[in-house]
Design a protein. Structure first.
Length: 386
């Protein structure tokens, strides 16, 4: 493969954390994120036309109000987790907003539209209400809801694949979509409970505890498996493989969703012996992914360092959590935290752009991105050391 650093910069670069630095420039608007923002806004508005009346019919205005407030708690919990997961290579905020809006509106509307068709085609025949409700919870909900949520991941990987290029990206986007979906679904459940009892009583708070405190990550873990597999496929930069990963990734998501909805009266016992270990395994798995990202960043930036674009001290700073923390702490003491953050973001993007080159696809596009990032890094370093 052609070397992307035909004109390396000076080899006498100083560590970026040893000099005062001025403020960084604003990041230019990206066309992809703008298109998705506009498209997401249109889809969200159209979806609200369907979803909002549905919620109000089932909850009433008071139930909707209290359900909305209570649903903010699990939403905040998951979004804080997304923020922590996304710190190494932050995704564009517009794409995260798109993912959240997709989950909260579009996936809910899609589920509402597909559900009656699915039940008509595959649902149980006859008048057995118990059988109908069981099928609705254990078959229809896992299949239709996971499909509707993961459609957002498919849109992102096809339209914004530059930002969806690894398993961590897939998990971050999946968690964000799931957070939005669970938020709207919780409004329905909490609001309906309030409407049935006409008060914020014990039953209401038990439901809030069960769904909002005990299991805020349920939907996130379901859809996260799809995002993980799609992120792994995205490393190959192959559209057909990404679509195949979407289809295959639905299987574990639907299975986990089915197992969750099948717990019934044994919920607490199965939660402790099955679901909680799954949650712990998900946390451990994500930590391992973050370690992998750190190693990948070091490896790719070391290649640039060998060509003179970075010093060994810079690579050490950029490729470790401790190094980044020390650099940001120093930058705060001199009032230059934003430029330092911009330097770290640009260097991390450069490492992942270099990684995409190893897919052997769209090399010219990746090299243009690489050149742009190298120019940004050179400007940022000059701002740092002068």
């Amino acid at each position: 493969m052609q070397q992307p650093w035909n004109n390396p910069g000076t080899t006498q670069l100083q560590p970026v954390w040893t000099q005062p630095l001025p403020a960084a420039a604003e990041k230019p608007l990206n066309a992809t994120t703008l298109i998705l923002s506009i498209g997401g806004g249109v889809l969200a508005f159209a979806s609200l036309v369907l979803v909002l009346p549905f919620l109000l019919r089932n909850t009433g205005s008071s139930g909707f109000f209290y359900g909305f407030l209570a649903s903010l708690v699990p939403l905040a919990v998951v979004l804080v987790a997304v923020y922590l997961m996304d710190r190494w290579e932050p995704e564009p905020k517009r794409l995260l907003v798109f993912a959240l809006v997709w989950g909260a509106t579009v996936s809910i509307a899609t589920t509402t539209l597909i559900q009656p068709v699915f039940m008509a085609l595959f649902g149980p025949r006859g008048g057995n209400k118990s059988e109908y409700l069981n099928f609705l919870a254990t078959v229809e909900a896992p299949v239709v809801e996971e499909f509707s949520k993961s459609l957002g991941l498919l849109v992102l990987i096809l339209v914004a694949r530059k930002y969806f290029d690894g398993p961590v990206d897939g998990v971050v986007f999946a968690f964000t979509i799931a957070a939005g979906f669970a938020f709207t679904e919780n409004i329905l459940y909490f609001g309906r409970q309030y409407a049935e009892s006409a008060t914020v009583g014990p039953d209401f708070w038990v439901l809030v505890f069960m769904r909002g405190i005990l299991s805020p990550f349920a939907h996130a873990i379901f859809t996260g498996t799809t995002g993980l597999l799609m992120g792994l496929a995205a490393r190959r930069w192959n559209t057909a493989l990404s679509v195949a990963a979407f289809v295959v990734g639905l299987i574990p998501a639907m299975f986990l969703h089915n197992r969750w909805n099948s717990m019934g009266e044994d919920f607490l016992w199965l939660y402790l012996v099955v679901q909680f270990p799954i949650f712990v395994a998900a946390v451990v798995g994500f930590i391992l992914l973050r370690v992998h990202e750190s190693k990948l960043t070091r490896k790719r930036l070391s290649e640039y360092a060998a060509a003179g674009w970075f010093t060994p001290q810079e690579v050490q700073m950029l490729a470790t959590g401790a190094g980044r923390k020390a650099a940001r702490r120093w930058s705060q003491t001199v009032g230059r935290s934003e430029p330092m953050k911009a330097f770290i973001r640009a260097a991390t993007s450069l490492a992942f752009t270099r990684q995409r080159m190893y897919s052997g696809r769209s090399i010219n596009e990746h090299q243009r991105d690489e050149q742009r990032l190298l120019e940004q890094i050179t400007v940022l370093r000059a701002a740092v050391v002068n």
